[in-house]
Structure formats: structure tokens, C-alpha cells
Design a protein around this ligand. Structure first.
Ligand code: NGS
Length: 295
């Protein structure tokens, strides 16, 4: 009898200890979540889908609406750091914005950044046709200075002028990659990016040539303002066909881009409004080894 009572007492103590541990874990997780949210949310809440408007903005407001397009694949750790950095940064600037992460999965083994930008542009406008300005943003670049404004101007803007990796110097004058800002109408006029560049390099140089063709000069903020930190990563697989594609840029400029998106061989698998961004999942069908010659 005494032994049974003792056993029951021990069981009760074990149950209490387990219950207390579970409760403490729950509190810990909730505190961690709140700390992350606090780090991300500076002034008011980030709406579901990664939307935010400056307080006091109403429907009749004329301020610019900005879509931040981030092509993405296999870089969860970068995305986490990027989002924690960007929401407070954009809110301090008072930008009316939404962050779109356009993720490539399956099919084509190489990363097709230009095509992902075109899909992001098209899907963002389906989500909200009133965007005026698009920021084209690599996930591994973090702006260092709040004076580097994420808005559009009359001519396309190249914002990542000074990156730590290049000792805060611009590698070449025609560079348009990294982070850029372009109006909705200019993006359309340029026929967006080429859909054909898969693998690292060249899609931004092709865009730069499109700008020249339309006599759109690249503007840049001051070098001491447009400073960026690049997150460390392994070099992505280069596109061996980029120079061949670039040689024929003019023949492709009118057709290859937004206008040929419907034949570019992709489908949007899902669109979901996540806590800190709108997620667009894209499957790009595998391309052959040969350079595709639509021209
Ligand atoms: C050039 C690439 C661009 C690229 C730039 C900077 O060589 O696409 O380097 O790259 N052009 C070609 O390969 C034709 S970075 O080191 O910042 O990734 O944007």
C-alpha cells in the first residue's frame, strides 16, 4: 500500500516536471517569436504578404507604390537576414511597399533571374495594378544607408553603386545589376528582361543595352550614400552562353521579354501571402543545352 502511494507520488512529480518544461518551452518560443517580430516591425505592423504603408496614408494619397522584386532560390539564410534588414529600412524611409519573393523550383537547373523578374513584375501587377515603381533586388545585398531612397525617378536608377565586395567602387559604368529601380512604364517599354539568361551573369548587361536602345540613361545616387554589404555565398554556376546571347541582344530586344513570357516555358505553382513577404513559386521547364534562337 505504502509502495503504491510512493509510486503514485513519483509519477505525479514526473508529470508536473514534464508539464512545467513544456510550459517553459512554449513561453520561450513565444518570447523568441515576439523578439523577431519586434526586430522586423518598427513602425506599425507589416501586413500579411509583406505589405506596409506609412501611417496616415489613405486611398486618395498620391504617394508612389513600390513593389520590391526578389528572385530567389536555395538561400533561406539570406532571405531571413534580408527581410529582417529590409522591413525596418523601408519603413524608416516611409515607403509604401510590398516585398515579393519569386522563387524558382524544379525543372531548369540554372537560376533564370531575368525570367523571374518578368514573372514577378507580371504577378505583382495582377495582385495590385496600381504599382508605379519596381525595385529589382538581389537577396544577398543589404543597403547600409537610409539616405539611399527606394523610389523611382525619371530615368532608371542603379542603386547598388558601392558594394563592400568591390571596395565600395563601381566595377563598370554600364552595370545595372544588384539593386535597381525602374518605373512600371519604363519596364514595359523595355520589354522587361530577356527570358533566356539562365545561370550567373549577363541578364543585367542585356538590360543595360535595352536602356541604351531607348536612350534611357542610368542615374545613380552618390557613392557615399549607395553603399551595400554583400552576404557571403558560394559563386553560382555561370551561364556559359551569356556572351553568345549578348552578341545578339538587338535582334532579341523587341521580342524576348515580357512579350514572349507566355511562351517562355514556366508556370506559377502557387502564390501565398506569408508573414513578411508575398511568395510566388515558379517552375521553369528545363531548357536544352543549345542556345535558343527565337530571332
Ligand atoms: C559582370 C556580369 C554581370 C554581373 C557583374 C557583377 O561580369 O552580369 O559582372 O557581378 N556580366 C557578364 O558576365 C557578361 S557581381 O560580382 O556583382 O555578381 O552583374
Amino acid at each position: 500500500m505504502r509502495q503504491m502511494r510512493l509510486r503514485r507520488l513519483i509519477l505525479l512529480q514526473v508529470a508536473c516536471a514534464l508539464g512545467l518544461t513544456a510550459y517553459l518551452n512554449l513561453v520561450k518560443t513565444s518570447v523568441e517569436r515576439k523578439t523577431l517580430q519586434k526586430a522586423v516591425r518598427t513602425d506599425g505592423n507589416v501586413g500579411f504578404g509583406g505589405k506596409w504603408s506609412p501611417p496616415g496614408r489613405n486611398l486618395s494619397s498620391t504617394s508612389e507604390k513600390v513593389a520590391i522584386l526578389v528572385p530567389f532560390r536555395d538561400r533561406e539564410e539570406h532571405l531571413d537576414i534580408f527581410l529582417r534588414h529590409m522591413h525596418p529600412f523601408l519603413q524608416r524611409q516611409g515607403i509604401d511597399y510590398v516585398i515579393y519573393v519569386i522563387e524558382q523550383h524544379g525543372g531548369e537547373p540554372m537560376f533564370c533571374k531575368g525570367l523571374l523578374y518578368n514573372v514577378g513584375y507580371t504577378e505583382a501587377l495582377k495582385d495590385d495594378p496600381t504599382y508605379d515603381c519596381f525595385i529589382l533586388h538581389d537577396v544577398d545585398l543589404l543597403p547600409e544607408d537610409d539616405r539611399n531612397l527606394y523610389t523611382c525617378s525619371k530615368s532608371p536608377l542603379h542603386l547598388s553603386v558601392a558594394i563592400d565586395k568591390f571596395d565600395y567602387n563601381l566595377p563598370y559604368t554600364d552595370l545595372f545589376g544588384g539593386v535597381s529601380a525602374i518605373t512600371k512604364s519604363h519596364y514595359r517599354l523595355l520589354n522587361g528582361y530577356s527570358n533566356l539568361f539562365c545561370g550567373w551573369g549577363g541578364e543585367d548587361d542585356d538590360m543595360s543595352l535595352r536602356l541604351k536602345r531607348h536612350m534611357l540613361e542610368i542615374s545613380r545616387p552618390e557613392k557615399d550614400v549607395a553603399r551595400y554589404k554583400m552576404l557571403p555565398h558560394n559563386h553560382t554556376k555561370e551561364n556559359p552562353q551569356r556572351y553568345i546571347l549578348l552578341r545578339h541582344w538587338l535582334a532579341r530586344a523587341m521580342t524576348d521579354g515580357l512579350k514572349s513570357l507566355h511562351t517562355a516555358g514556366y508556370n506559377v505553382t502557387s502564390t501565398s501571402h506569408r508573414e513578411l513577404y508575398t511568395h510566388i513559386l515558379v517552375n521553369i521547364s528545363k531548357r536544352g543545352g543549345e542556345v535558343y534562337h527565337p530571332w
